[in-house]
Structure formats: C-alpha cells, structure tokens
Design a protein around this ligand. Sequence first.
Ligand SMILES: [Fe+2]
Ligand SMILES: [Fe+2]
Length: 345
Amino acid sequence: MAAQNLQSVPAELSRGESQEQSQEAAQREADGQANFDRVMAEDSRIEPRDWMPDAYRKTLLRQISQHAHSEIIGMQPEANWISRAPSLKRKAILMAKVQDEAGHGLYLYSAAETLGQNRDKMTADLIAGKARYSSIFNYPALTWADMGAIGWLVDGAAICNQVPLCRASYGPYGRAMVRICKEESFHQRQGFEILLELSHGTPEQKQMAQDAVNRWYAPALMMFGPPDDDSPNSRQSMAWNIKRFSNDELRSRFVGMMVEQVRVLGLTLPDSEIRFNEETRKWEHGPLDWNEFKEVLAGRGPCNAQRLERRREAHDDGAWVREAAAAYAAKRQAKQSMTTKEYAA
Ligand SMILES: [Fe+2]
Ligand SMILES: [Fe+2]
C-alpha cells in the first residue's frame, strides 16, 4: 500500500518535498557552521555530536590516531629493557611506565572512535604500514642509560607538545590529554632520575649517560615536526585550536628547558650552537638533519621494520583475548535480553 501511495504522489509534489528536505539540510549545515565558528572564536569545545567541517574531522582523526599509534609503538624500545633493568625497583618503575603508554594509546583510540573511526581499521592501517607514528620510536635503545634519555628527552618533548593540547578544541581529545600529561611528567622525572644516578656513578656510568643523551638529543628535537616554513598544515590546525604553538616555537621552548636541566644532571647537550637570542627572546639550536627525519618517516629508519613486525606479532598473539572478550560480551548481552524478556512477561 505504501509503495502504491508513493507512486501516486504527483511529480511536482515529490520534487517539492525533496527541495524542502534539502533546504532543511542546508539550514542545519549553516547552523552547524555558525555554532562551530562561535566555538572556535570563544576558544571553547566541540563535542562528538556537534556539527563539524569534514576537514576538521579528518585532520583530527589523523592527528589523534597518529598520536595513539605513537604511544603503542613507543612501548617497544623500553619494553625491551624490562627484563634487563638493573634492580627490582627499576624493573617495577619501567613496567609501570610502559603500561602507562599502553593506557595513553587506549584513551586516544577511544577519542578517535568518537569521530567515527573504527578501532580495527586504525590497527589494520598501522600494521599494514599505512599509518604514521612518531619518528623517534624507530631508533634503537642500546643501553640502560637510554631508558633515562628516553624518559628525560622523549617524554619531555611529549610534555612540551601535549600540555597545550589539554586545551584542544575537540572535547574528548583535550580531556584525554589532561590525564596523559600527568603521567608523562612522572615519566620524565623517572628518566631524569636514572640519568642523575648514572652521572653520579662511576666514570663509565657517567659516559654511558652522556652517550645516551648524545644519541637521543637530535631525534627528540625532531619530534616537534619540520620547521614552520615546511609545515603547510600548521596554520589551519592553529586556527582550529587543535595545535596551539608552532613546531619551531615548541622546539625552542624545549631547548630552553633542557639547557637548565642538563646542568643539574652534570651532563651536556651535544649542540655547541645553543644560545638564547635576546632580540627574539627565543632559544636557538644547531641545524638538524631533516633528510634523516624524512627517511625515518618514510619507513627507512633503523628500526621501522622491526617495530611493525613486533606490533603485528603482538596483534596476532592477542587474537584469543579479543575473541574471549567478544564471546563474554555476547553472553552478557544474551543474559541481559533474557532478563528483560522475563521482566516484560
Ligand atoms: Fe605517553
Ligand atoms: Fe610517556
């Protein structure tokens, strides 16, 4: 009957209805855009059910999923040292730190899911080598002192990058970042403390700490991304309040922080060109090898293949956990709907 009724609707009327519908859709979009513009101007927050421009959603998805992948891949260089930590206390601290990074990945995958991306798809893209993650995690952790240098420099750079993102315009991302940053500052202190102890140890231990700082310094500076004049998307991301400061600005602040802290450590930064520019009121550093950065990002760093291979193995090894969780969820759901039916009866 319904089909017959539809067929009998005069052509002009059905055209009229669809025009009305498209007018409504256009109005909804205009209202959504107006709300979005107001939120950006007021520096307030967009939530998952709010209208947002497609490009904003896409950029955020790329940023959040890359960040999530970095947390998960970033577990590997340190996990490699859990069994070789020099004491039970160090082992327990390192395990807690690596576990925190897994948690960071989970918060961020959840934030990305609120934008409509499927978690399995994100994982599939990562293990297929299609998704990017921070270039820093493709460098090897050669000695125990690298646990110190990673915590101090890499988590330190992450803090510089991420503290401003606690005020990101997308609600779930900003809120995830608040918790992540609290844990990152514990990570940085534990790295600092490892280096401090080594630098006050034997001459060999001090040298090991210095070598680790020498190896991780430049890759840590490159974590902030390419120089501003080679970072075409930054301006738009800053207008959307999903990036608060430019790459060079953050890098300069980071150098300033490290200059102070390295003195307390009794070590040095491997960069003779660090200086504070009185005119610009900014810290400057020596040149970085951006070709190396591009090579690592393109998958040709020292450990890229190994990191992805390990991630693939871990995903395969975890299949039984996913199956068990799905079976348990189905069982619970069946039980729940049974109880509802009984209740209704
Ligand atoms: Fe983290
Ligand atoms: Fe961390």
